[in-house]
Structure formats: structure tokens, C-alpha cells
Design a binder for this molecule. Structure first.
Ligand SMILES: O=C(O)CCC(=O)C(=O)O
Ligand SMILES: [Fe+2]
Length: 385
């Protein structure tokens, strides 16, 4: 596997005060102009987007499939505990989100990404604030470009939409579909978190911020639209580089085109097959912290393909503004210390943005006094994944 390094992040930060178009390695924030590329270019992967070792990691066909769990089944809690222990991920049905709404969100994402680059760039995100159009935040830490584009929706949907579609009738559909999606996803995500807590022997009382004010809770969520255009050389390309999400949980809709893979305990890649009407649930780093290391946050990536344009929609649920997540007291053995120090989602995102997959290690209680205080001082916030 080609590992992501901090090279891109450094290049990005150093470009802050200078002319972005000349000094920024473009793949770090501005995706390829796929719409134009598909119309005019030869069938070749640019060297900036060629991952030479990617094809070495062959998937593990013998691995047990990631379980599909019906949320309304009597054994749901038991099945969720097993899935969280073994995979750090599962798929859910019986979630109550109308399939029609999922299809509408996908259609809106396709409408957004098919806009000309000149229009999408009007909503370009900055290196410090990941809301808006650009490559996935994980690309800041990658040596090569990703075969994808992303749009991160944090805060007001209308603010994003009017940048893309100045005409009201063009932006209003996006606002209403995404607005409804956020509402539905908040409901289902809280249901899923409650079941996960139950599987750990905890209740919502052990995590008081679950009952926080409605507004604070809606600040705890971010929607990420991902687009993976048809690729001329899928074996050498990477849609989304391997990463764990920083969230508590991520609920992902991946339409009907395969691409998502997660890493098994044995370190092999396992495809999560699209399942009609199902949503994928990935445990993020905050859940790993809350569970005092019992549940792992799953390493995952997205591959691309040569015939279909794939869309995925991730709903990241972190923790409300200012709330520090820490290992649940009931999961810390008597006489032992919690495995991790308390951290807010915002600070953790800052750490992850700077240090990638090393971030978790850095808030281990043995390390917390040195590194975390340093990173809080120079916090680069709002990096989402
Ligand atoms: O597109 C996918 O399947 C994965 C997306 C993802 O991992 C993310 O947005 O964090
Ligand atoms: Fe992810």
C-alpha cells in the first residue's frame, strides 16, 4: 500500500500566504477537471494520479462478509456488538430512511458534480476550512492525487448551494433534499449510536451529550458527497486513500456501484458490496476512544472502476461543539487509567489533519501531556473525515 505522508499538508500550509495557483500541488485541494477530461482527453491516467503499488493489495475473497443487520431485529444489539468487535463496521437495513430520498440525494450529488469546473470552484474550500468543494480531506496527506471529487456540507446548506447555483430555482431543490437527508440521518445515526452503546453495556446517561440541545447536536454532523468518475486505469488509481474516519460513527450511502473496501483484522482488503436500501456504518476514532479501545475504528478506502461513475454520501457524526469525548467510566477497569485523554471533535480533527493515522496514538494517556497540548495551540480545525 502506498502510504500517505505529510508532504501534501505542508505544501498546502506553505501556500497559504502565496499565490495558490502557482505554489499549491493542485491535487491536494483542486480535483482534476473530470468533466472536461472525459470529453477531451486520451485514455491515460496522469502520473500525478498514478499509485504504482495500488494493485499489489489484492482483496481477500475468503473473508467473511461484513454483516447486514436489520435494526428492528430483536438480536440487533448482539449482532452489532459482534460486528463492532470484528469489523468496526456493518450494514443496516430497517433504518427507516426512505429509499426514494437516498436516490434523490444521489441525483443531487450527480447534478452538483456535473457542473463545469468554473462553477464548482466558486464554492472551493480553503486548506483550513474543509466545507465546500475540493478533493477529500485525506488527500492533503497523500503523495498522489485521488480519482475523486468531494463536497463537504457543514453548517448552512443554502450558503453552499447559492454559490453553485445563483438562481433560486436551481439551488432550492438541493437545499430541500439535503435538508431532509440531514434530518433523517440524524434520527437513524442516534438510533445506531444508542444500539452500539447498549452493546457496550452503556446507556445514553453514560454519554450525556447525546441528549444535548437540538442545535448543538446538529453541529455535530457533516455531510460529505463523494464522486468517483469513470477511470481509464482503475488498477493504478485510488478513489479515496486508506483512512479511518475521525467521527463517532459514519453512515454511508454508496448507491449500487461497488468501491468501498475495509481492512480486515488480518490486514486484507474486503469489499463491502452495495446492498439495495442498506446503509454502511463505519465506527470512527471517537467511538474507539469512547469504548476505551474495545471497538476499533475501521481502516477503509474507495476504489474506482472503468465503466461506472460512483457516488457515495457520508454522514459523519462527531460530538457537539465543545464536548470532550473520553473513554466511558464504566469501561475503564478499576485501578487502571483510561486509554485515551479527553478530546473535542474539533481538536481531534485538527490532529488528524496534521498527523493522519498517527493522531490516535498521540492522545493515548501516556502521550497526552506532550503532544495534545502542542496541537491544541496550533489547532487546524474543521478538517473532516
Ligand atoms: O466512498 C466511499 O465508499 C468511502 C467514502 C469515505 O470513506 C469518506 O467519505 O470518508
Ligand atoms: Fe471514510
Amino acid at each position: 500500500m502506498m502510504h500517505c505522508s505529510r508532504r501534501g499538508a505542508r505544501a498546502n500550509r506553505s501556500s497559504k500566504s502565496s499565490n495558490m495557483s502557482t505554489t499549491l500541488p493542485h491535487h491536494t485541494i483542486i480535483p482534476l477537471d473530470f468533466t472536461n477530461l472525459i470529453l477531451t482527453q486520451s485514455n491515460k491516467l496522469p502520473h500525478t494520479h498514478t499509485w504504482p503499488h495500488r494493485s499489489y493489495d489484492s482483496p481477500d475473497p475468503s473473508h467473511h462478509p461484513v454483516p447486514v443487520i436489520d435494526l428492528s431485529a430483536p438480536r440487533a444489539v448482539h449482532l452489532i456488538r459482534h460486528a463492532c468487535d470484528k469489523f468496526g463496521a456493518f450494514q443496516v437495513t430497517g433504518h427507516g430512511v426512505p429509499v426514494q430520498l437516498l436516490k434523490e440525494v444521489e441525483a443531487e450529488a450527480r447534478r452538483l458534480f456535473s457542473l463545469p469546473m468554473g462553477r464548482k470552484i466558486l464554492a472551493l474550500r480553503s486548506p483550513e476550512n474543509m466545507a465546500g468543494y475540493g478533493t477529500a480531506p485525506v488527500s492533503l496527506l497523500c503523495p498522489k492525487g485521488l480519482w475523486s471529487e468531494g463536497f463537504t456540507i457543514a453548517g448552512s446548506v443554502a450558503e453552499h448551494a447559492t454559490k453553485l447555483w445563483p438562481a433560486h430555482d436551481e439551488s432550492s431543490r438541493f437545499c430541500s433534499v439535503i435538508g431532509e437527508y440531514k434530518k433523517q440521518m440524524e434520527l437513524v445515526t442516534k438510533k445506531i449510536i444508542t444500539l452500539i452503546l447498549t452493546s457496550l453495556g452503556l446507556t445514553n446517561d453514560d454519554v450525556p451529550w447525546m441528549k444535548a440541545e437540538k442545535e448543538a447536536v446538529s453541529e455535530a454532523a457533516v455531510v460529505q458527497l463523494n464522486s468517483y468518475p469513470v477511470c481509464p486505469d482503475p488498477a493504478q488509481a485510488m478513489g479515496m486513500a486508506p483512512h479511518t474516519d475521525s467521527s463517532m460513527v459514519t453512515v454511508l450511502y454508496q448507491g449500487n456501484v461497488a468501491g468501498l473496501q475495509l481492512q480486515s483484522e488480518k490486514g486484507r482488503w474486503v469489499t463491502v458490496p452495495p446492498t439495495e436500501g442498506a446503509l454502511v456504518v463505519n465506527l470512527g476514532d471517537l467511538m474507539h476512544i469512547l469504548s476505551n479501545g474495545r471497538f476499533r475504528s475501521v481502516l477503509h478506502r474507495a476504489l474506482v472502476n472503468g465503466s461506472e461513475h460512483r457516488i457515495s454520501v457520508a454522514y459523519f457524526y462527531g460530538s457537539p461543539k465543545g464536548v470532550e469525548v473520553k473513554p466511558a467510566v464504566n469501561l475503564v477497569g478499576e485501578g487502571t487509567s483510561p486509554m485515551y485523554g479527553p478530546v473535542t471533535w474539533k481538536d481531534y480533527l485538527g490532529l488528524k489533519g496534521r498527523h493522519g493515522q498517527k493522531a490516535l496514538e498521540m492522545i493515548k494517556t501516556s502521550k497526552v501531556h506532550g503532544m495534545l497540548s502542542v496541537c491544541k495551540m496550533c489547532a487546524m480545525s474543521n478538517v473532516v473525515s
